[in-house]
Design a protein around this ligand. Structure first.
Ligand code: PGA
Length: 255
């Protein structure tokens, strides 16, 4: 049997917490959150707050940092974008790719997410690939098909070795920021579908090594039940990660 996957507790701040609020957040959070080497805690602050987050977490290697998006080119005339090399230089270890707001607000395609995953892996960082269906797609019984379509272009560019570097986050669009969470059973079923697709492409052992996180209205009072489901290896938290006390509670809920 392969080694158990380490729980991942990830906070996606989206366009919240500028540099000053970032300093305040970490002063509170780090006082409440005991270092624990049996789980991975990671924050995705806005790029402009990254340096403040890095400085605030010096001396706490148990807290990792990532960026919310990158462009696939290394440098050049791409106003508003940042490259993988820049993110690495600033101290990022992970990169969110294809978050539902990137896909649905900014029109990012699955083909573009694949280019970004390629660039992130080439730069030695860990991509956290976000997938998930809309309410219409779920009601049309297409949830698994949509997630498979979103995974497809990424799996097509990965080698079996590289898949071990991947993290997947299943985030149903209808659950993000709505207060409606997938039932633990629905989450478990979708996580099983994601892992089955990974296993089909790369074999069961490679698939078993990939952490699959759940995201969508995760709160301190539902995190433990979601994470107790088979195949749910952690959570990607938006709104509830902005509150230091709440997110410290979610980190404790990993067991
Ligand atoms: P939410 O967001 O926890 O506010 O629903 C989750 C996410 O978008 O990653």
């Amino acid at each position: 049997m392969s080694a158990p996957r380490r729980p991942v507790l990830a906070g996606n701040w989206k366009m919240n917490h500028g540099p000053s609020e970032t300093v305040r957040f970490f002063a509170d959070f780090l006082a409440m959150h005991e270092p624990a080497d049996d789980r991975t805690v990671v924050f995705f602050p806005p790029a402009i707050s990254f340096a403040a987050a890095k400085e605030a977490t010096q001396g706490r290697p148990d807290v990792r940092l990532g960026v919310q998006n990158v462009y696939w080119e290394a440098s050049g005339a791409f106003t508003g974008e940042l490259s993988v090399g820049m993110a690495r230089d600033a101290g990022a270890e992970l990169v969110l790719i294809g978050h539902s707001e990137r896909r649905h607000v900014f029109g990012e395609t699955s083909a573009e997410t694949a280019k970004k995953v390629r660039a992130v892996l080439a730069g030695g960082l860990t991509p956290v690939l976000c997938v998930g269906e809309t309410l219409d797609e779920r009601q049309a019984d297409r949830a698994e098909a949509v997630v498979a379509e979103q995974l497809e272009p990424v799996l097509a560019i990965l080698s079996a070795d590289e898949v071990a570097e991947l993290v997947v986050a299943y985030e149903p669009v209808w659950a993000i920021g709505t207060g409606v969470t997938a039932t633990p059973q629905d989450a478990a079923a979708m996580h099983a579908a994601v892992r089955a697709r990974l296993a089909q492409a790369f074999g069961q052992e490679a698939a078993d090594a990939v952490p699959v996180l759940y995201g969508g209205s995760v709160k301190p009072d539902n995190a433990a039940e979601l994470m107790s489901q088979p195949g749910v290896d952690g959570v990607l938290v938006g709104g509830a990660s902005l509150d230091a006390q709440g997110f410290a509670g979610i980190c404790r809920a990993a067991g």
